[in-house]
Structures are given as C-alpha cells and as structure tokens.
Design a protein around this ligand. Structure first.
Ligand SMILES: [Zn+2]
Length: 217
C-alpha cells in the first residue's frame, strides 16, 4: 500500500509525530497488521521513533489519531514506574534524600530525568496533519485527561495508572472517584492514599463516611 508522507514543519523535521523523540522510521497507516476498511483519511505515513512504530503496529484503530491515542496508552504502561516517580517524589525530595552513595544514588540521579523524559513523551501533541498542503479533517476527538501536569490519553488510563502506582484497591478508588467526580481526581487520590493496606471492611466504612461528607458539601 502506498503511503504519502505527511507535511512536516521545518522545526519538527527530526521528530517522532507520536512522542517528539528523534524519528528514525516512518509509520504508514492503514497497514497490513490490522485491516481497516473505513479509514477516514487517505493512506499516509508519519515520522516515528522505533518504539512508537512498534507500539503503533499493535493499535487496532481506524484512524491515525486513534492510533496516536493508543500509542500514548502503551507508553503510559511501559513507563509506569518512571511516571510514578513524579507522583511519589518531588525533585527536591529526591535531591535531598539521604542516599549519597551506593546503588540508590544512581537511581536518584537518573530517576527524575527518566520521569521528565517519560512525561514529555506522553504529553507530546503531534502537529496537525496535512498532505501536500491540504489539511486533513480531524473528526476524531481525543478524550484526553490532564492531571498533575501529565496528559493521559483517557481518564481510564489515568485511573489504571494510579491504581498500579499507589497500590490502590481498584473498586475503592473507582468508588471514591464516583463520589467526588473526575474533576476532583486529586481528592480521590488523597483519600485512597490513606487507605492503602487497610482491610476491605475498613475501606468500605471509610468510603461511607467519605460519601456522607461529600453529600454535606
Ligand atoms: Zn516516538
């Protein structure tokens, strides 16, 4: 299948369209890995880094924008531990932690860097796509969710990420979110952090009080 390379702004001529890292390859869509018969745009290719190309091939989607959302979801999963650094530590805490020698010192130095790189890649928004000067109609609207400086491809991905990073009980965190709403995502996070390690019964009781307090607000 012939793919036309999208127009690339001069200042982004070496960037991966998905994550902003140096591009080494191009990713053509639709491709042979997943049959798409109702693609909403002409077949095209975008510059892509090696990792995003591999991830994009796994996406079972019907447009390049939906593929991009999947790539972000896969990146969030791959770099879960690196992204969690920013959740669990601040830069100052890492710098001031009292581990000045040994293996942990190396971890400390590279951890924040890894977090910054992972965050930048997940947050990166590819430029608007055009083919030979003709802008493509982007009818696909991403339902991305931003929390604490990180853009998650969807609120579900953010929920999953926090459950893993903090070891939350999934039903408890989801219930707390349904009580306060996603607009108060941070409040549900703070509440559930207090309950890590508690028994299911204790969590249920705490949720009951939490829900009652919210009703009174
Ligand atoms: Zn990439």
């Amino acid at each position: 299948m012939a793919h036309t390379l999208v127009d690339i702004p001069f200042e982004q001529r070496h960037q991966c369209w998905f994550c902003g890292e140096p591009s080494e390859l191009t990713f053509g869509f639709p491709h042979q890995y997943f049959p798409v018969f109702d693609c909403s745009h002409p077949s095209l290719s975008v510059p892509s880094c090696r990792e995003c190309t591999r991830l994009a091939r796994k996406a079972e989607q019907h447009s390049i924008w939906a593929v991009a959302t999947d790539v972000k979801r896969f990146l969030t999963q791959t770099y879960r531990d690196d992204l969690a650094i920013g959740i669990n530590w601040t830069k100052e805490e890492l710098a001031n932690s009292e581990f000045e020698s040994g293996n942990f010192s190396g971890f400390q130095k590279s951890a924040w860097f890894m977090y910054e790189v992972a965050k930048q890649r997940v947050n990166f928004q590819g430029w608007s796509l055009s083919l030979e000067g003709v802008e493509l109609d982007c009818s696909y609207i991403s339902d991305h969710f931003i929390f604490d400086g990180v853009t998650y491809p969807s609120v579900e991905v953010a929920i999953e990420h926090f459950i893993f990073s903090y070891d939350f009980t999934p039903w408890c965190f989801k219930k707390a979110l349904s009580v306060v709403g996603v607009k108060q995502f941070g409040k549900a996070v703070t509440f559930c952090r207090l309950l890590v390690g508690r028994t299911p019964e204790q969590q249920k009781v705490a949720l009951g009080y939490f829900a009652e307090d919210e009703k009174l607000r």
